[in-house]
Design a protein around this ligand. Structure first.
Ligand code: NAD
Length: 499
């Protein structure tokens, strides 16, 4: 029988009583490898009740003990790195190396969460008025929840629950229904690391289960990562219900290439950043903006793209894997057709891509358009496939204006040998994460993941200091003690025995 993915409620892996199940398939073969349950209302209510109960003791657990759980968890994740990557590759189709990277980026966040004692340190000022001091503490919120996308089933759950729990909260995770096996393994290891019963719960499902999270009064904060329409919906409904919400959404990331850039670096970085992970990364480069004479490199980049090919998770020579589903493949192919109809020049066509021994995979090969204009649908939409759109401008100013006019603001990069051009770009561009001669500038967890504009709805970002603030309250205490109350140790009113 096909494996049924368990729920994780009150410290137990349990089989759901639901009648609704969603198939989990291997995207290279279409083999159904598991079934995701859509948790029932009773099961979700039980998860909330257990998370509320666990919070009462977990918030009183000394911070150094909470940090030690994260240290043990980090060690276990490292020990099981390859095994988790294999599970991840089987349900996402990612190549093994890419799957390992997904796990590793999550491990780094757990390492960050292990620093929780210093991250929680508050502020103090003595003598804010005569004899009065003010100091602040960072306290947990209560029950928090996370809703995650399919494209990083290890990294993104690990952006959320370790830090939330290290802050003293309890957490309910709703992973993507398309690849729930990786998060299940992460949770087994979390339990093994000594996390007490109830601090982490996992409910599975889709829209109905998300709506439960959005409406459940006991849930104080929601972290979401996924597409733009769903992110907007979650931000609106969650905040209407008076919850704290951070919603990380889709993107259209531009790479600006100056004519003085290191050409071979540009070519190899652009190829990896546009079609790596089949373009299914929120920080993938999907638009290349060639400034001035740099546009002469377009044919060479197209030739390089033709040389890379997709393949199955166990194919060491493959540059990337299949798309997550037949629907995702169809959507990307529709965009390629539309791009041709809109008048863009199709330099590399990834349709009709075949991979030996895997006739049923959701394959789309590297694809590149040139002469793309900003009114085209292939420019306006996040395609989320291995498709690079090339456009050009005469000047750096025009390139900056083009990037700033785009509604998204997740990431951007610039390739140049000029410090002055780079300084101008990083200062003027209205995008939250900028790479200078770095194609995919994802900050390490001691910074925060800071998408802007249509790529992020909320105020406080993921991980780093902002992540800690998102999952906590600040309590500010102003205190005065009266000198006249000090016991007179020498006199008849002596109340303290100092011996
Ligand atoms: P998605 O929005 O389809 O799904 C994300 C989550 O929302 C899943 O858990 C899903 O079950 C749930 N969901 C889906 N439809 C829903 C609905 N109608 N109502 C309520 N919940 C719903 O996203 P996806 O396809 O899994 O992931 C890809 C998207 O995520 C891309 O747009 C990508 O750019 C984005 N993403 C963004 C970041 C970032 O940091 N900005 C990181 C990774 C992925």
């Amino acid at each position: 029988m096909t494996k049924q993915v368990p729920l994780y409620i009150n410290g137990e892996f349990v089989e759901s009583k639901t009648s609704q199940w969603i198939d989990v398939t291997n995207p290279a073969t279409q083999e159904v490898i598991a079934k995701t349950p859509c948790a029932t209302q009773e099961e979700m209510a039980a998860a909330v009740a257990s998370a509320k109960e666990a919070f009462l003791t977990w918030k009183e657990t000394p911070v150094s003990e909470r940090a030690r759980v994260m240290m043990r968890y980090q060690a276990l994740l490292k020990e099981h790195h390859d095994e988790i990557a294999e599970i991840l590759a089987s349900e996402t189709g990612k190549t093994f190396d890419d799957a390992k990277g997904d796990v590793w980026r999550g491990i780094e966040v757990v390492e960050h969460a292990a620093n929780i004692p210093s991250l929680l340190m508050g502020e103090t000022v003595e003598n804010v008025a005569r004899g009065i001091d003010t100091y602040s503490y960072t306290q947990p919120l209560g029950v928090c929840a996370g809703i995650t996308p399919f494209n990083f089933p290890a990294m993104i759950p690990l952006w959320m629950f370790p830090l939330a729990i290290a802050c003293g909260n309890t957490f309910i995770l709703k992973p993507s229904e398309q690849d729930p096996l990786t998060p299940t393994r992460l949770v087994e290891l979390f339990e093994q690391a000594g996390a007490p019963k109830g601090v982490l719960q996992v409910i599975h499902g889709a829209k109905d289960q998300v709506d439960f999270i959005l409406d459940e009064p006991a849930i104080r904060a929601i972290s979401f990562v996924g597409s733009v329409p769903v992110g907007q919906y979650i931000y609106r409904r969650g905040t209407e219900n008076m919850k704290r919400v951070q919603a990380f959404a889709g993107a259209k990331n531009h790479c600006v290439i100056m004519p003085d850039a290191n050409k071979s670096q540009v070519i190899s970085n652009l190829v990896g950043a546009s079609v790596g992970a089949a373009g299914q990364r929120c920080m993938a480069i999907s638009v290349a903006v060639f400034v001035g004479a740099a546009k002469d490199w377009i044919p060479e980049i197209a030739e390089e793209l033709k040389k890379v090919r997709p393949g199955a998770w166990n194919d060491k020579a493959a540059a990337f894997g299949p798309l997550i589903s037949p629907q995702a493949k169809q959507r990307v192919e529709n965009f390629i057709k539309q791009g041709q109809e809109e008048g863009a020049t199709l330099l590399v066509d990834g349709r009709n891509c075949e991979v030996k021994d895997f006739p049923d995979g959701n394959w789309v090969g590297p694809t590149m358009f040139s002469d793309v204009t900003t009114d085209m649908e292939i420019y306006k939409n996040e395609i989320f496939g291995p498709v690079l759109c090339a456009t050009s401008t005469d000047t750096l100013e025009e390139a900056i204006a083009l990037v700033n006019a785009n509604p998204y603001g997740n990431g951007t990069s610039m390739f140049t040998a000029s410090g002055a051009a780079a300084r101008k770009y990083q200062h003027e561009v209205e995008v939250g994460q900028v790479g200078i001669n770095i194609p995919i500038p994802v900050p390490l967890p001691f910074f925060s993941f800071t998408g802007w504009k249509g790529s992020f709805f909320g105020d406080l970002h993921a991980y780093g200091k902002q992540g800690v603030r998102f999952y906590s309250e600040t309590k500010t205490i102003t205190a005065r003690w009266f000198e006249s109350d000090i016991a007179d140790v020498n006199g008849p009113n002596m109340t303290i025995d100092l011996k």
